[in-house]
Write a protein that binds this ligand. Structure first.
Ligand code: PHE
Length: 389
């Protein structure tokens, strides 16, 4: 009885419903058949890996702010990705771990990150193994996209270019010898130093090398050894946390010697870290908030209104990586198809961004972009644009 009752009762309800439908037609039945619509594009799930804490935390903080601003803008244009942020804590292995977790547990369609090249390399290994695309906004080491293969790309220039820019800038200033101060624990730093050396020496410059390791805070030996070379300039290829303290500690021994650095020094904390040194400090980077360019000025103004601080290179690159993803989404309606997504990323062409036009159709999925030089003068002040070619 019990069994029959279970079957009979729903039948009765269905019958009653269809009967009542006969004398009172439902409004739906009167409407013409709806045309088949295209399936809604799937929401892109973006796994973001950044150093939100630790020695590189301003890189993470600025890029995340840039990304938030971009998402707010892009939503108005119909691109609404889901961003899932993970902190790699300024640690290489953590960047790899977080990439793996984002792929396996969060099932992200694409990874964005990280900043320091040695950290991105770890994440890129995971991306390559799982065939999930990864775009780094800021890692400049040449090998990242080559080792990573077709799933790995970047939206910034690479260090063979950046090293050449550093060398050309030094030569233009008439500096004929340089001490290159290198963080031996960071592939970014060693790679950039090598590319500076090769261009600088080819043009007749002389280089000497001094080394330190990330995380050190007492640079008295490095400062002394670098000073002993009596070079025309000091070139620091490391990150701001160590580079900034080193410049402050070199206040007396490096007096009168100009200091030049790569994008790793580009941080809102640099000015505070260098203290009251009188040294002339120049930084090669991707962006200057006060550059004479309308797009840049507008972005800088809006960023400052929103976050109460001028944007650095990482803020602009964080914004730009999402502009690229929005363009990719237009060409790849199903982000879950990772092969198609990787292909669409590699086919990116002519996307106008804050840091320049981005074209990823180069063999190593690396855009060819201009660099800027900024000078440390109470903030990072625009000096010059160095063209890409
Ligand atoms: N280019 C640096 C690297 O590859 C990271 C960086 C980019 C830092 C831009 C600051 C600004 O390690």
């Amino acid at each position: 009885m019990y069994r029959i009752g279970r079957i009979v009762a729903p039948l009765c309800i269905a019958l009653a419903a269809s009967l009542s439908g006969c004398d009172k037609p439902e409004p739906e039945r009167m409407r013409p058949e709806p045309k088949p619509t295209r399936p809604e594009p799937k929401r892109m799930r973006v796994g973001v890996i950044l150093p939100m804490t630790g020695l590189q935390s301003t890189f993470g903080d600025e890029s995340w702010k840039g990304m938030q601003l971009a998402v707010e803008d892009l939503r108005k244009q119909g691109f609404n990705p889901e961003l899932i942020l993970r902190d790699e804590k300024s640690q290489k292995t953590e960047a790899g771990n977080q990439a793996k977790l984002l792929i396996e547990n969060e099932r992200v369609h694409v990874l964005v990150g990280s900043v320091a090249s040695g950290h991105t390399r770890q994440a890129a290994i995971e991306a390559r193994e799982s065939a999930i695309p990864l775009i780094t906004p800021a890692s400049t080491n040449d090998t990242i996209t080559v080792e990573g293969g077709p799933y790995v790309s970047r939206i910034c220039f690479k260090d063979s270019f950046q090293g050449a820019v550093l060398a050309k800038f030094a030569l233009q200033r008439g500096w004929k010898s340089a001490v290159v101060v290198v963080d031996k624990g960071q592939p970014y730093s060693t790679g950039l130093a090598d590319s500076f050396k090769s261009v600088f020496e080819k043009a007749g410059g002389k280089t000497q090398f001094e080394y330190y390791t990330s995380g050190e805070t007492d640079f008295s030996n490095t400062v002394q050894n670098a000073a002993n070379h009596k070079a025309d300039a000091i070139v620091i290829t490391g990150y701001y946390a160590e580079g900034g303290i080193m410049i402050r500690q070199g206040k007396e021994k490096w007096a009168g010697v100009p200091v030049l650095g790569g994008d790793g020094l580009d941080s809102p904390e640099l000015v505070g870290l260098v203290g009251d040194t009188k040294a002339e400090i120049y930084v090669v980077s991707h962006f200057a908030a006060d550059a004479p360019d309308e797009r840049v000025r507008n972005f800088a103004k809006r960023y400052e209104e929103r976050f109460g601080q001028a944007p650095g290179a990482m803020a602009a690159l964080g914004y730009d990586v999402l502009l690229v993803l929005a363009d990719v989404a237009k060409r790849c309606p199903d982000p879950a198809d990772s092969k198609a997504l990787a292909r669409a990323i590699a086919e990116t062409k002519g996307v106008e961004c804050i840091t320049g036009r981005i074209d990823l159709t180069t063999p190593d999925r690396t855009p060819i972009k201009d660099a800027v030089v900024v000078k440390v003068e109470g903030g990072l002040k625009f000096q010059a644009t160095i063209p890409a070619q």
